[in-house]
Design a protein around this ligand. Structure first.
Ligand code: ASP
Length: 301
Protein backbone atom coordinates (compact mmCIF):
# COMPACT_ATOMS: atom_id res chain seq x y z
CA UNK A 1 0.00 0.00 0.00
CA UNK A 2 1.26 3.46 -0.89
CA UNK A 3 1.77 6.20 1.66
CA UNK A 4 0.23 9.48 0.55
CA UNK A 5 1.44 12.66 2.20
CA UNK A 6 1.50 16.41 1.82
CA UNK A 7 2.05 19.59 3.73
CA UNK A 8 3.10 23.22 3.78
CA UNK A 9 3.81 26.18 6.00
CA UNK A 10 1.28 28.43 7.80
CA UNK A 11 1.31 30.18 11.20
CA UNK A 12 -0.93 30.14 13.15
CA UNK A 13 -2.97 27.18 11.96
CA UNK A 14 -5.35 24.38 12.83
CA UNK A 15 -5.12 21.05 10.99
CA UNK A 16 -7.76 18.35 11.54
CA UNK A 17 -8.38 14.80 10.35
CA UNK A 18 -11.55 12.76 10.11
CA UNK A 19 -9.96 9.32 10.40
CA UNK A 20 -7.94 6.92 8.32
CA UNK A 21 -10.13 4.41 6.52
CA UNK A 22 -11.98 3.92 3.27
CA UNK A 23 -14.92 6.32 3.01
CA UNK A 24 -17.22 5.39 0.10
CA UNK A 25 -16.98 7.94 -2.71
CA UNK A 26 -20.54 9.25 -2.27
CA UNK A 27 -19.81 10.18 1.36
CA UNK A 28 -16.38 11.73 0.87
CA UNK A 29 -17.61 15.30 0.42
CA UNK A 30 -19.52 15.03 3.70
CA UNK A 31 -16.31 14.12 5.49
CA UNK A 32 -14.29 16.91 3.87
CA UNK A 33 -17.02 19.43 4.71
CA UNK A 34 -17.02 18.31 8.34
CA UNK A 35 -13.25 18.70 8.55
CA UNK A 36 -13.41 22.14 6.97
CA UNK A 37 -16.07 23.29 9.47
CA UNK A 38 -13.99 21.94 12.35
CA UNK A 39 -10.74 23.58 11.22
CA UNK A 40 -12.56 26.88 10.75
CA UNK A 41 -14.05 26.66 14.24
CA UNK A 42 -10.59 25.99 15.66
CA UNK A 43 -9.05 28.85 13.73
CA UNK A 44 -11.83 31.14 14.93
CA UNK A 45 -10.72 30.44 18.52
CA UNK A 46 -7.13 31.36 17.62
CA UNK A 47 -8.31 34.59 15.96
CA UNK A 48 -10.22 35.50 19.13
CA UNK A 49 -7.04 35.17 21.16
CA UNK A 50 -7.57 31.57 22.21
CA UNK A 51 -4.65 29.19 22.76
CA UNK A 52 -3.65 26.30 20.51
CA UNK A 53 -5.28 24.04 23.10
CA UNK A 54 -8.58 25.98 22.86
CA UNK A 55 -8.41 25.71 19.08
CA UNK A 56 -7.85 21.94 19.14
CA UNK A 57 -10.66 21.44 21.63
CA UNK A 58 -13.08 23.56 19.57
CA UNK A 59 -12.21 21.73 16.35
CA UNK A 60 -12.57 18.27 17.88
CA UNK A 61 -15.89 19.23 19.48
CA UNK A 62 -17.32 20.12 16.05
CA UNK A 63 -16.23 16.71 14.73
CA UNK A 64 -17.66 14.90 17.79
CA UNK A 65 -21.03 16.53 17.14
CA UNK A 66 -21.15 15.50 13.46
CA UNK A 67 -22.71 12.03 13.12
CA UNK A 68 -20.62 11.02 10.09
CA UNK A 69 -17.52 10.68 12.26
CA UNK A 70 -16.62 7.94 14.74
CA UNK A 71 -16.51 10.18 17.81
CA UNK A 72 -19.07 11.74 20.14
CA UNK A 73 -22.50 11.35 18.51
CA UNK A 74 -22.42 8.57 15.91
CA UNK A 75 -19.41 6.75 17.39
CA UNK A 76 -18.85 3.10 16.48
CA UNK A 77 -20.56 0.65 18.86
CA UNK A 78 -18.81 -1.98 20.97
CA UNK A 79 -19.65 -5.71 21.12
CA UNK A 80 -22.63 -4.96 23.40
CA UNK A 81 -24.02 -2.22 21.19
CA UNK A 82 -22.78 0.59 23.43
CA UNK A 83 -20.91 3.79 22.73
CA UNK A 84 -17.56 3.78 24.56
CA UNK A 85 -15.52 6.91 23.94
CA UNK A 86 -11.76 7.50 24.19
CA UNK A 87 -10.26 11.01 23.93
CA UNK A 88 -7.10 12.90 24.79
CA UNK A 89 -5.63 16.40 24.68
CA UNK A 90 -2.09 17.68 25.16
CA UNK A 91 -0.40 21.09 25.37
CA UNK A 92 3.10 21.41 23.98
CA UNK A 93 4.52 24.19 26.16
CA UNK A 94 4.43 22.32 29.50
CA UNK A 95 3.41 18.82 28.33
CA UNK A 96 0.13 19.09 30.27
CA UNK A 97 -2.16 16.24 29.21
CA UNK A 98 -5.63 14.91 29.95
CA UNK A 99 -7.43 11.84 28.68
CA UNK A 100 -10.48 9.66 29.20
CA UNK A 101 -11.16 6.08 28.16
CA UNK A 102 -14.34 3.95 28.02
CA UNK A 103 -16.50 6.96 28.83
CA UNK A 104 -20.05 6.09 27.85
CA UNK A 105 -22.56 8.85 28.30
CA UNK A 106 -21.14 12.29 27.64
CA UNK A 107 -21.66 14.18 24.42
CA UNK A 108 -18.17 15.68 24.16
CA UNK A 109 -15.41 13.50 25.65
CA UNK A 110 -12.81 16.04 24.49
CA UNK A 111 -14.24 18.55 26.97
CA UNK A 112 -13.89 16.02 29.79
CA UNK A 113 -10.29 15.41 28.66
CA UNK A 114 -9.71 19.17 28.90
CA UNK A 115 -11.02 19.15 32.47
CA UNK A 116 -8.62 16.31 33.30
CA UNK A 117 -5.76 18.35 31.83
CA UNK A 118 -6.76 21.46 33.78
CA UNK A 119 -7.08 19.55 37.05
CA UNK A 120 -3.56 18.23 36.50
CA UNK A 121 -3.59 15.50 39.15
CA UNK A 122 -3.76 12.48 36.84
CA UNK A 123 -3.46 12.12 33.08
CA UNK A 124 -5.96 9.35 32.25
CA UNK A 125 -9.29 8.32 33.78
CA UNK A 126 -11.23 5.32 32.51
CA UNK A 127 -14.68 3.75 32.89
CA UNK A 128 -16.59 4.46 36.11
CA UNK A 129 -13.79 6.69 37.40
CA UNK A 130 -13.92 8.82 34.27
CA UNK A 131 -17.69 9.10 34.62
CA UNK A 132 -17.42 10.11 38.28
CA UNK A 133 -14.79 12.71 37.40
CA UNK A 134 -16.97 14.17 34.65
CA UNK A 135 -20.02 14.40 36.92
CA UNK A 136 -17.95 15.97 39.69
CA UNK A 137 -16.70 18.56 37.21
CA UNK A 138 -20.26 19.50 36.24
CA UNK A 139 -20.62 17.74 32.89
CA UNK A 140 -24.16 16.68 32.04
CA UNK A 141 -24.65 12.99 31.48
CA UNK A 142 -26.93 12.10 28.58
CA UNK A 143 -28.88 8.94 27.86
CA UNK A 144 -26.30 6.72 26.16
CA UNK A 145 -28.90 6.03 23.45
CA UNK A 146 -28.86 9.72 22.51
CA UNK A 147 -25.34 9.22 21.11
CA UNK A 148 -26.28 6.19 18.99
CA UNK A 149 -27.19 6.75 15.34
CA UNK A 150 -29.04 4.47 12.94
CA UNK A 151 -25.87 4.20 10.83
CA UNK A 152 -23.88 3.02 13.86
CA UNK A 153 -26.52 0.38 14.64
CA UNK A 154 -26.54 -0.79 11.02
CA UNK A 155 -22.73 -0.98 10.96
CA UNK A 156 -22.73 -3.18 14.08
CA UNK A 157 -25.47 -5.41 12.64
CA UNK A 158 -23.40 -5.89 9.47
CA UNK A 159 -20.26 -6.56 11.53
CA UNK A 160 -22.13 -9.29 13.44
CA UNK A 161 -23.68 -10.75 10.28
CA UNK A 162 -20.21 -10.92 8.71
CA UNK A 163 -19.01 -12.97 11.69
CA UNK A 164 -17.16 -10.15 13.44
CA UNK A 165 -14.63 -9.35 10.76
CA UNK A 166 -13.64 -5.94 9.45
CA UNK A 167 -14.01 -4.21 12.81
CA UNK A 168 -12.29 -1.07 11.80
CA UNK A 169 -14.86 1.70 11.67
CA UNK A 170 -12.68 4.58 10.44
CA UNK A 171 -13.84 8.11 11.21
CA UNK A 172 -11.79 8.77 14.34
CA UNK A 173 -11.14 12.51 14.64
CA UNK A 174 -8.20 14.63 15.68
CA UNK A 175 -6.68 18.08 15.51
CA UNK A 176 -3.32 19.79 15.93
CA UNK A 177 -2.70 23.52 16.20
CA UNK A 178 0.06 26.08 16.53
CA UNK A 179 -0.59 29.59 17.77
CA UNK A 180 1.15 32.75 16.55
CA UNK A 181 3.92 32.32 19.14
CA UNK A 182 4.72 28.74 18.15
CA UNK A 183 2.91 26.97 21.01
CA UNK A 184 1.44 23.60 20.08
CA UNK A 185 -1.51 21.42 21.05
CA UNK A 186 -3.00 18.12 19.87
CA UNK A 187 -6.18 16.14 20.52
CA UNK A 188 -7.87 12.93 19.37
CA UNK A 189 -11.35 11.50 19.96
CA UNK A 190 -12.93 8.20 18.92
CA UNK A 191 -15.48 5.49 19.55
CA UNK A 192 -12.67 3.03 18.80
CA UNK A 193 -13.03 -0.09 16.72
CA UNK A 194 -16.44 -1.43 15.70
CA UNK A 195 -17.57 -4.36 17.85
CA UNK A 196 -14.57 -4.03 20.20
CA UNK A 197 -14.70 -6.00 23.44
CA UNK A 198 -15.98 -4.14 26.47
CA UNK A 199 -13.04 -2.50 28.22
CA UNK A 200 -10.82 -2.24 25.14
CA UNK A 201 -8.84 0.99 24.87
CA UNK A 202 -7.08 1.91 21.67
CA UNK A 203 -4.30 4.37 21.01
CA UNK A 204 -6.44 7.51 20.98
CA UNK A 205 -6.45 8.20 24.74
CA UNK A 206 -2.78 7.25 25.13
CA UNK A 207 -0.28 10.11 25.15
CA UNK A 208 2.69 9.31 22.92
CA UNK A 209 0.69 6.79 20.91
CA UNK A 210 -2.46 8.47 19.55
CA UNK A 211 -1.70 12.03 20.64
CA UNK A 212 1.40 14.10 21.37
CA UNK A 213 2.22 17.80 21.68
CA UNK A 214 5.70 18.95 22.59
CA UNK A 215 6.94 22.42 21.65
CA UNK A 216 10.43 20.97 21.31
CA UNK A 217 9.32 18.86 18.32
CA UNK A 218 5.72 18.77 17.08
CA UNK A 219 2.04 18.11 17.72
CA UNK A 220 0.62 14.86 16.33
CA UNK A 221 -2.78 13.13 16.16
CA UNK A 222 -2.91 9.55 14.86
CA UNK A 223 -5.64 7.31 13.51
CA UNK A 224 -5.73 3.75 12.25
CA UNK A 225 -4.97 0.29 13.62
CA UNK A 226 -5.01 1.15 17.32
CA UNK A 227 -3.29 -1.99 18.58
CA UNK A 228 -0.37 -1.44 16.19
CA UNK A 229 -0.19 2.29 16.99
CA UNK A 230 -0.03 1.47 20.70
CA UNK A 231 2.78 -1.06 20.25
CA UNK A 232 4.94 1.36 18.32
CA UNK A 233 4.01 4.61 20.08
CA UNK A 234 3.34 6.16 16.70
CA UNK A 235 3.19 9.83 17.73
CA UNK A 236 6.57 9.52 19.43
CA UNK A 237 7.96 7.80 16.36
CA UNK A 238 6.88 10.74 14.18
CA UNK A 239 8.38 13.21 16.68
CA UNK A 240 11.65 11.30 16.78
CA UNK A 241 12.01 11.51 13.00
CA UNK A 242 11.51 15.24 13.24
CA UNK A 243 14.08 15.53 16.04
CA UNK A 244 16.52 13.61 13.86
CA UNK A 245 16.26 16.38 11.28
CA UNK A 246 13.58 15.12 8.89
CA UNK A 247 11.10 17.58 7.40
CA UNK A 248 7.51 17.56 8.69
CA UNK A 249 6.30 15.73 5.60
CA UNK A 250 9.08 13.15 5.76
CA UNK A 251 8.53 12.58 9.49
CA UNK A 252 4.81 11.93 8.90
CA UNK A 253 5.49 9.68 5.93
CA UNK A 254 8.28 7.71 7.63
CA UNK A 255 6.19 7.08 10.76
CA UNK A 256 3.22 5.76 8.77
CA UNK A 257 5.57 3.65 6.65
CA UNK A 258 7.27 2.22 9.73
CA UNK A 259 3.94 1.10 11.22
CA UNK A 260 3.11 -0.58 7.95
CA UNK A 261 6.48 -2.30 7.59
CA UNK A 262 6.99 -3.34 11.21
CA UNK A 263 3.45 -4.37 12.16
CA UNK A 264 1.47 -4.39 8.90
CA UNK A 265 -0.60 -1.66 10.53
CA UNK A 266 -2.61 0.80 8.46
CA UNK A 267 -2.66 4.35 9.78
CA UNK A 268 -2.75 8.05 9.15
CA UNK A 269 -1.53 11.06 11.07
CA UNK A 270 -1.40 14.84 11.06
CA UNK A 271 1.52 16.84 12.37
CA UNK A 272 2.52 20.49 12.91
CA UNK A 273 5.77 22.07 14.14
CA UNK A 274 6.28 25.26 16.21
CA UNK A 275 7.38 26.96 12.96
CA UNK A 276 4.00 26.18 11.35
CA UNK A 277 5.25 23.41 9.08
CA UNK A 278 2.42 20.93 8.76
CA UNK A 279 1.98 17.55 7.16
CA UNK A 280 -0.34 14.60 6.86
CA UNK A 281 0.25 11.06 5.72
CA UNK A 282 -1.87 7.95 5.39
CA UNK A 283 -1.45 4.38 4.21
CA UNK A 284 -5.22 3.89 3.93
CA UNK A 285 -7.45 4.67 0.95
CA UNK A 286 -8.80 7.84 2.58
CA UNK A 287 -8.19 10.21 5.47
CA UNK A 288 -10.22 13.42 5.32
CA UNK A 289 -8.37 16.51 6.51
CA UNK A 290 -8.59 20.30 6.50
CA UNK A 291 -6.15 23.01 7.42
CA UNK A 292 -7.07 26.63 8.12
CA UNK A 293 -4.34 29.17 8.82
CA UNK A 294 -3.31 32.76 8.41
CA UNK A 295 -2.36 32.03 4.82
CA UNK A 296 -5.54 30.27 3.73
CA UNK A 297 -7.37 26.96 3.68
CA UNK A 298 -6.92 23.55 2.19
CA UNK A 299 -9.02 20.39 2.51
CA UNK A 300 -9.15 16.94 0.98
CA UNK A 301 -9.53 13.22 1.53
N1 ASP B 1 -7.15 4.31 16.33
C1 ASP B 1 -8.54 4.11 16.68
C2 ASP B 1 -8.65 3.00 17.69
O1 ASP B 1 -7.98 2.01 17.54
C3 ASP B 1 -9.40 3.79 15.50
C4 ASP B 1 -9.26 4.68 14.29
O2 ASP B 1 -8.41 5.53 14.24
O3 ASP B 1 -10.07 4.50 13.36
O4 ASP B 1 -9.44 3.09 18.59
Amino acid sequence: MNVESGGGLLLPLVLVHGGAGNVPSERRELHVEGCRAAARAGYQRLSEGGSALDAVQAAVKVLEDLPQFNAGTGAALNAEGQVSHDASLMRGSDLAAGAVGALMSFRNPIEVARAVLEEGRHVLYVGPGARAFAIERGFTEVEAEALVTEEARAALAKFRADGGSGGWAGGTVGAVAVDATGQLAAGTSTGGTLGKRVGRLGDSPIIGAGTLADDSSCAVSCTGDGEAILKLGLSQVAASYLRAGESAEQAARLAVTRLQERLQGASGLILVTPQGRFAWARSTATMSFAVVGAGGEQAGI
